[in-house]
Ligand binder design. Sequence first.
Ligand code: GAR
Length: 198
Amino acid sequence: MTPLPRLAILLSGRGSNMEAIVREVQGGILQGVCEVAVVVSNEPEAAGLGVADALGVPTIVEPSRGRPRSAFGEALLEALDPFSPDLLVLAGFMLVLPPGVVRAYAHRIVNIHPADTRLHRGLHGYAWAWENQLPETRITVHWVDEGLDTGPVIAQAPVDLRQARDLAEVERRGLAVEHRFYSEVLRGLFTGTGSRSD
Ligand code: GAR
């Protein structure tokens, strides 16, 4: 049997996107499509580590704080190596990856961003949509290059924000789309089907 493509999921915090992907791998639209080899956090206290652990996925911590970027990048590459990932999946990973990592995994890193990356890059994508009273925002899954959310867009999904009462509701609606959409896009990358880009 051909081995399935292996994901390394990188996060820094809560890990709800990671959880959604692992659940799809374990019993949903990603079952038999790919496997999650490891979950990596640059934050030792990230809640997502416990979530991954409870789901039976190996975890590693590679701290980024107080370390030169290049040293972090080298340590991350070394830590990833034994897991032989085919694709790095950034899911709430709140750092710009060091250039050495981007080069080592060229065209093999994807990210999810809670806004249209052509309109808003960096942090606080939902606060930006809320403050600007947008009727709709667009979740973006894109390839990762050396910039901050500058890589080529793979697919986008709309989030209806009309009548949202507060930022918490904007986030809730957005995350519901993210959780479904990221796995759909991954499935599309591996099988050539199943991703929406409306
Ligand atoms: C998600 O909304 C993700 O799109 C966003 O952080 C959140 C992580 O949540 N990412 C970015 O803003 C990256 N620029 P999670 O840890 O529960 O998946």
